[in-house]
Design a protein around this ligand. Structure first.
Ligand SMILES: Nc1ncnc2c1ncn2[C@@H]1O[C@H](COP(=O)(O)OP(=O)(O)OP(=O)(O)O)[C@@H](O)[C@H]1O
Ligand SMILES: [Mg+2]
Length: 233
């Protein structure tokens, strides 16, 4: 297993956000966590990337226990996150945002910059534009491109489809598939269950801080409970 999460319990002050969350991500796959607003999806991702501390439970990445390590060391090990709401640096240019994604690297980043531009040609055209003036979809591309600049083995994507037109959603999801086919393992958090289940090899459903169902993307798409709650009938 590339990532193994065991019995994570996470609190915000004394409010419990995650209860005994356990799941794993296999090398080479796309795994998706779906669930309604407030289910705990973002909390799970930020606990994995180290921005939020777990009260108990363990996170193992590439065979090492990383539960108590810093966010930077997780990036250096090959985990990178494209956060919810994009969170690009608005005052920096596209190019500078991409450089920030590579801040831990001391080697030549130009080949990876070109790779990001090959996935997202629009970012190349706009490389000198400040990120705050990009459209929502372009900011999403930039957030993903920035996450790619650390050469991740595992990418954590938090709602890449949020606020995008249907056309752009399929464009972004096609790129996620290409990244995966090129060897990047993906943990995708989505409210758009229909597209996420179609793309993912495996999936889990979160409700109020717990994982309540898991299986292959196909199994969950066929599950009456999932259809009723997340696929509109
Ligand atoms: N900084 C915070 N302080 C207090 N409570 C928080 C904080 N962040 C999240 N929570 C609470 O933790 C729970 C899980 O939130 P989380 O953001 O993980 O959900 P989510 O599944 O990502 O939802 P969404 O689909 O709306 O993004 C919610 O009840 C939320 O109100
Ligand atoms: Mg969220």
């Amino acid at each position: 297993m590339m990532l193994e999460v065991t019995n994570l319990n996470v609190f915000y002050d004394n409010i419990r956000a995650l209860t005994d969350v356990s799941f794993s991500v296999e090398e080479g796959e796309i795994m998706t966590l779906i669930g309604a607003n407030g289910a705990g999806k973002t909390t799970t991702l930020i606990t994995l990337s180290g921005l939020k501390k777990a009260q108990s439970g363990t996170i193992s990445f590439l065979g090492k226990d990383i539960t108590k390590t810093t966010p930077q060391s997780r990036v250096a090990m090959g985990m990178s996150q494209s956060p919810e709401g994009r969170r690009v640096f608005p005052g920096l240019t596209v190019l500078e945002n991409l450089e920030m994604g590579a801040y831990l690297r001391k080697d030549d980043i130009s080949a990876d910059m070109e790779k990001v531009f090959a996935y997202f040609p629009r970012l190349k055209e706009r490389r000198k534009q400040s990120a705050g003036t990009l459209s929502g979809g372009e900011q999403q591309m930039l957030a993903m491109g920035r996450a790619l600049m650390s050469r991740p083995k595992l990418m954590l994507l938090d709602e890449p489809s949020m606020g995008l037109s249907p056309l752009l959603v399929s464009e972004i999801f096609a790129i996620i598939r290409q990244l995966n086919e090129a060897g990047t393992t993906i943990l995708l958090v989505e409210q758009n269950a229909a597209v996420a289940l179609k793309l993912a090899h495996r999936a889990a459903v979160m409700e109020t801080g717990r994982i309540v169902l898991s299986g292959t993307g196909e199994e969950l798409s066929r599950s009456p409970a999932v259809q009723k709650a997340y696929l509109g009938g």
